[in-house]
Design a protein around this ligand. Structure first.
Ligand SMILES: Nc1ncnc2c1ncn2[C@@H]1O[C@H](COP(=O)(O)OP(=O)(O)OP(=O)(O)O)[C@@H](O)[C@H]1O
Ligand SMILES: [Mg+2]
Length: 238
């Protein structure tokens, strides 16, 4: 569970990025976060993974007390969250396979596990054929999918994707949203920051709107739609 109680966050230069945020995201929920550029969306995701610290208020993530979190607890917190960053943060000089294998190795996975898991997750995002490619030679959309694969690789409870469809065509965008829905059905909390209002309207999930550091609306999920849009690849389990 993610819970913020009257949380504010100011960057070092004094720039107030989030103000008086009250928010609860339950386990297994699917949440869209929308809002204009500079609203504070990425800042919120950075608070969740302890990349930035709460300046004021109380915040809890998966049982961790974020407003008083000790540095040595951060790796354990991050193991429970898969984050897809707006700027990807891939190792450009490592292959796709190595990027994912590295993310597993740092949390202590065994070689055998890595050998099984990496191809599985790559096929899930439709990139099985690009295992040996280098991110520097891939398109924006392909890199996005590598970043999603890395977010999934350690089977976290929470997946956060910051602007996952920024560089992709409408077909790929649909496929990515379908993938997030599928991940959510496997009982994971999914938080997607997006500007894609078509997709947000289509899925009828909970939508939190941030403007100028405040939550200005929080619309609960409606009934599930019957038909899904076209998906690019089959319904593989995570
Ligand atoms: N490292 C930083 N230092 C100082 N101010 C920052 C920093 N990062 C972001 N900000 C400021 O905090 C505010 C919120 O930024 P944030 O990145 O959270 O916005 P966003 O909603 O993710 O925008 P976008 O849709 O463009 O990604 C903005 O005013 C931004 O300029
Ligand atoms: Mg952002």
């Amino acid at each position: 569970m993610i819970e913020l109680k009257n949380v504010s966050m100011f960057y070092e230069d004094g720039n107030p990025a989030l103000r008086n945020i009250d928010l609860t995201i339950e386990d297994k929920e699917f949440v869209f976060i929308v809002g204009q550029s500079g609203a504070g969306k990425t800042t919120l995701t950075k608070l969740i993974i302890a990349e930035e610290r709460v300046s004021d208020g109380e915040m809890y993530v998966n049982g961790f007390k974020m407003h008083r979190l000790r540095k040595r607890k951060i790796p354990k917190l991050r193991r429970s969250i898969g984050m897809m960053f707006q700027d990807f943060r891939l190792f450009e000089d490592k292959t796709v396979y190595e990027n994912l294998a590295f993310a597993m190795r740092v949390v202590g996975a065994r070689p055998k596990e890595i050998k099984q898991r990496v191809p599985h997750v790559l096929s899930l995002v439709g990139l099985a054929h690009r295992a040996k490619s280098y991110p520097s030679k891939m398109s924006g959309g392909e890199k996005q999918r590598v970043a999603i694969a890395r977010a999934l690789i350690n089977n976290p409870d929470v997946i956060i994707a910051d602007e996952p469809t920024g560089n992709v065509d409408p077909e790929m965008s649909k496929a990515l949203f379908e993938l997030f829905m599928r991940i959510n059905k496997l009982d994971k909390t999914v938080i997607v920051v997006t500007h894609d209002h078509n997709m947000v309207n289509y899925y009828n999930k909970r939508v939190i709107t941030i403007a100028d550091g405040h939550i200005v609306s929080d619309v609960p999920a409606k009934k599930e739609p019957e038909a899904a849009p076209a998906v690019q690849e089959g319904g593989t389990a995570v």
